[in-house]
Design a protein around this ligand. Structure first.
Ligand SMILES: [Zn+2]
Length: 289
């Protein structure tokens, strides 16, 4: 019984929410789908687990019908080039403003095309920096080592990590997020260029991923963009005493791909996607209001 959409789930970095390091290796779905999408794909948010979020219209993405050659790397891409972090010509996506600088440190061996970190850079370009953790590149490692530990908080759920509301954020200028498998992330935080970042934050455990049924790992693993979205929601709640939807468009691309995958199921009953499955899935979604 193929309940899990293995053929569609792409290996990607994922992020354990709290201390649940029983995971050996992680994976989660939803980077740019590599399967052929039918012409009639028209995902809607009305019945999706994102319907409670304030996510901008996906019409601009749906209007991208053809692949194009990226001006940067000359490779064929459709919606955006994850190598060059460049949108398709003429494509505009919502722009999100973040209250902190977001530095995403991607493991050099993490497959770029499978990472949702690039979504953050496309949707909040002013506030997001992507960098690659590569021990062979001294300059990058030096730059990471030079991060001021008083101004930086590392999103990493180890035993020292505090909850968002336990941290004094006044002097914090940047959130550092690791983009890699759980094994890669554990090795990176112990390395000389990141171990000095001793202020660590973990997300509220109740923020389970919306996609846990589509992962083999479990509810505590989030993709990078989900983790970032949850973090900024929690920070806002802590600092302003109320929830916000100001960061929901961080999931703009993620939710679009989710919709494409759902549509693909609907059109391919062989994949054993069932209404019951979806029903369970939706009723368990976290409240965002
Ligand atoms: Zn490119």
């Amino acid at each position: 019984m193929e309940e899990f959409p293995l053929s569609l789930s792409l290996p990607e970095s994922s992020f354990p929410l709290s201390e649940s390091p029983s995971l050996s290796e992680s994976s989660s779905p939803l980077s740019e789908p590599s399967f052929p999408l039918s012409e009639s794909s028209s995902p809607t948010l009305s019945s999706s687990p994102f319907s409670s979020l304030r996510i901008s219209s996906h019409s601009p993405l749906r209007a991208v019908e053809e692949r194009h050659v990226c001006e940067g790397c000359k490779k064929s891409v459709r919606y955006f080039c994850y190598r060059c972090v460049r949108l398709a010509p003429g494509l505009e996506v919502p722009q999100v403003s973040l209250p902190l600088e977001l530095l995403v440190v991607k493991h050099a061996r993490e497959l770029e095309g499978k990472s949702t970190a690039v979504h953050a850079k496309l949707l909040a370009p002013e506030d997001v920096t992507l960098t690659t953790y590569d021990p062979k590149t001294q300059e990058t490692m030096d730059r990471l080592a030079a991060l001021d530990p008083n101004e930086s908080v590392l999103l990493f759920p180890d035993e020292t990590a505090q909850r968002v509301d336990e941290i004094d954020w006044r002097d914090v200028k940047r959130l550092v997020v690791i983009d890699g498998t759980w094994q890669q992330a554990k090795a990176m935080v112990k390395s000389s260029c990141l171990q000095h970042l001793t202020r660590r934050v973990k997300l509220n455990e109740s923020n389970k991923t919306l996609f846990w049924r589509y992962q083999q790992i479990g509810p505590h693993c989030l993709s990078t963009i989900e983790a970032v979205h949850h973090f900024f929601q929690e920070l806002h709640q802590h600092q302003h005493g109320q929830t916000t939807q100001a960061f929901d468009d961080l999931l703009y691309i993620f939710s679009f791909f989710y919709g494409l995958i759902q549509d693909d199921y609907a059109q391919n009953p062989d994949r054993r996607y069932t209404a019951k499955h979806r029903q369970d899935y939706i009723t368990k979604r976290p409240k965002h209001d």
